[in-house]
Design a protein around this ligand. Structure first.
Ligand code: COA
Length: 153
């Protein structure tokens, strides 16, 4: 195998054994992280749960639900130390490819209005806002709306 291929990050199905590392990343990058139970439930429910790895290092992950021709991107995360290096874009591309291959014609996701990095990432891919869910997220000192974004695949 060439050095280039060996050094390229790749998508690997998430397993129960990944949850400690996933939770370490999750807890470090969100004010209100998913719990281990949320990931465990997603795995057991058969959602598309994938990690993005460079060798043994977990760079990021996503959780995707595809049903009735629609994909819902429930979680997309990059480890704090690896943000800003193009991994979020690559993981998003992989999630979109997978959604398409599972029969989705459209993909939806929710994002906090205050999450400027994520909003910029989704905007670059052509996502647009279709709805607001008022008070959807817990937030410090109250609740925060969710913007619902979508993109035709
Ligand atoms: C949002 C997130 C997934 C982006 O991943 P990333 O690897 O940092 O993104 P990339 O390096 O691929 O950057 C892609 C684009 O995202 C935007 N972006 C990324 N970081 C940004 C930042 N700190 N501020 C503003 N825009 C940012 C930019 O548009 C960037 O394109 P550019 O580099 O050409 O300007 C990552 O910041 C993350 O995991 N954040 C915490 C978890 C989270 O908020 N997930 C999304 C929930 S909806």
């Amino acid at each position: 195998m060439s050095a280039v291929l060996k050094d390229a990050p790749r998508l690997v199905r998430m397993q129960d054994g990944d949850l400690a590392k996933v939770m370490a990343i999750e807890s470090a990058i969100y004010t209100h992280p998913w719990t281990g139970g949320n990931f465990g439930d997603s795995l057991r429910a058969g959602y598309q749960c994938w990690t993005w790895r460079l060798g043994n290092e977990l760079l990021g992950y996503f959780v995707l639900l595809v049903a009735a021709g629609e994909g819902h991107l429930l979680n997309l995360s990059v480890a704090a130390a690896r943000q800003g290096s193009g991994h979020g874009s690559k993981i998003l591309k992989e999630a979109m490819r997978l959604a398409r291959s599972c029969g989705a014609q459209r993909i939806f996701l929710e994002v906090r209005p205050s999450n400027l990095a994520a909003k910029a990432l989704y905007g670059r891919f052509g996502f647009h806002e279709v709805a607001v869910r008022p008070g959807y997220y817990p937030a410090h000192g109250g609740r925060e709306d969710a913007l619902v974004l979508t993109l035709a695949l």
